[in-house]
Design a protein around this ligand. Sequence first.
Ligand SMILES: [Zn+2]
Ligand SMILES: [Zn+2]
Length: 102
Amino acid sequence: MEFCDECGSMMKAEDGTWECGSCGFTKPKGDAAEYTVTEDQEASEVIESSEETSLPETDATCPECGNDRAYWYMQQIRAADESETRFFICTDCEYKWREDDN
Ligand SMILES: [Zn+2]
Ligand SMILES: [Zn+2]
């Protein structure tokens, strides 16, 4: 919802702009940037819900049960300038391990 800067009437959405129905004043729609989600934010949401099955699968042998399929995700475990570490979660027993440990 947007109101006219000139007369205070309710404005209607035209393509890319708001247009006042009373006086014809127009202004660009400026709200698109507020809803932009960066790749960093998306990645951290994936990590927080890492126990769910929305993660990609790969061939990896579970050290716990020997199953050869695992979900995986990348996570930085120390300072932001350190390289990311790959973590696996067994699709069968849900055991979680780091790629470095193998
Ligand atoms: Zn107006
Ligand atoms: Zn397993």
